[in-house]
Design a protein around this ligand. Structure first.
Ligand SMILES: [Fe+2]
Length: 332
């Protein structure tokens, strides 16, 4: 019998993107899907690949229709379920990068599958290591570095998993200067899907609160990733990520030159430093009736001074994105 998720996505795979309730449910349904996949793998049983394929196809359609709105969903961080929510976000970023790099639908399917499954090898690590807040010991670190290989071996037993998916899983921690793991391959020996997942994975991990670290503002994370472009990460992939997120990714908290705080809603391709923002405070940091400003061509010449750390200021930017996500985009 088909599950609710399967039925839902089968009906909607080729339908219009303007199914806002479906869109809003993506993070929750992605977590449910990953929970069922991990549960099956822990029992050494094959999971239902058709459910994953339907979910990925739906994400690809969303990405092609309105990338910003899809990316906005990744800011609904689910720290309590990080192990399941993280692969969903990695999948969204990976697919967005794949679209930017003009991947075919088949390539996007393999990429999405590899992104969702990239860390399944962790279930083969000792229980005490999963969710460990303290630093790993030397022996734990070397065990952890085997998780891409463990994932590859776990999945290759299943004939339905394509070789490209396996290689994406195996190579997602390799770095193009050879400093990655488990094999220390240099760039030309790293599978393209591994290179994309590497960038998507680090961006979501560093912008999330997780057991081992607190989140860092997305703009600062982009700077870190950019500084390692050509060393750790494939420049073409890094550039694609920055094109997708803009200099100030959707959901970023920023300080305007007048002192107001604002949340980034939408990038402007014509100038990635001047997105559309939702102003949430006055110049004295007092809450106000919020209003949107398109900084590109703003008649008052409002500009972003710098990115703020929303966690430190205890501001949940996600709640400001809800109304943005919920407004259907008009077809032009
Ligand atoms: Fe990993």
């Amino acid at each position: 019998m088909q599950s609710a998720i399967s039925t839902l996505f089968q009906k909607e795979v080729n339908s219009s993107f303007h199914k806002i309730s479906l869109l809003n449910n993506i993070p929750k349904q992605g977590v449910d899907l990953m929970q069922s996949v991990i549960k099956r793998l822990k029992m050494d049983k094959m999971f239902d690949t058709s459910q994953l394929l339907q979910f990925i196809t739906f994400l690809v359609n969303c990405c092609k229709e309105d990338e910003d709105r899809l990316i906005a969903l990744t800011w609904q961080k689910d720290s309590a379920n990080y192990i399941y929510a993280h692969p969903v976000n990695v999948c969204i970023y990976s697919l967005s990068i794949g679209c930017k790099l003009s991947f075919t639908d088949k390539q996007l399917t393999y990429l999405g599958m590899a992104a969702l499954l990239h860390d399944v090898g962790e279930i083969k690590l000792p229980e005490r290591m999963r969710g460990k807040a303290a630093k790993f010991t030397e022996s734990e670190l070397s065990a952890m570095r085997q998780h891409p290989k463990l994932g590859y071996e776990l999945l290759k037993r299943f004939p339905y998993i394509h070789e490209d998916v396996l290689m994406g899983v195996l190579h997602h921690h390799e770095r193009i200067d050879g400093s990655g793991y488990p094999s220390g391959h240099i760039g030309r020996f790293i599978h393209p899907l591994g290179k994309i997942i590497a960038v998507a994975e680090i961006f979501d991990a560093m912008t999330s609160d997780r057991h081992s670290a607190t989140s860092i503002p997305a703009t600062d994370v982009l700077k870190v990733i950019y500084s390692k472009s050509g060393k750790h990460y494939e420049p073409e992939v890094v550039n694609a990520l920055i094109t997708i997120t803009g200099m100030y990714p959707v959901g970023s908290l920023v300080r305007l030159n007048g002192g107001q705080l604002a949340v980034v809603l939408k990038k402007n391709m014509a100038d990635l430093s001047k997105p559309e923002v939702l102003v949430i405070t006055d110049t004295n940091a007092q809450p106000i009736a919020q209003y949107t400003v398109n900084l590109l061509g703003d008649k008052y010449n409002r500009q972003i001074m710098y990115a703020e750390n929303a966690s430190q200021l205890k501001i949940d930017t996600n709640k400001y994105l809800q109304s943005f996500i919920a407004i259907p985009k008009k077809k032009t």
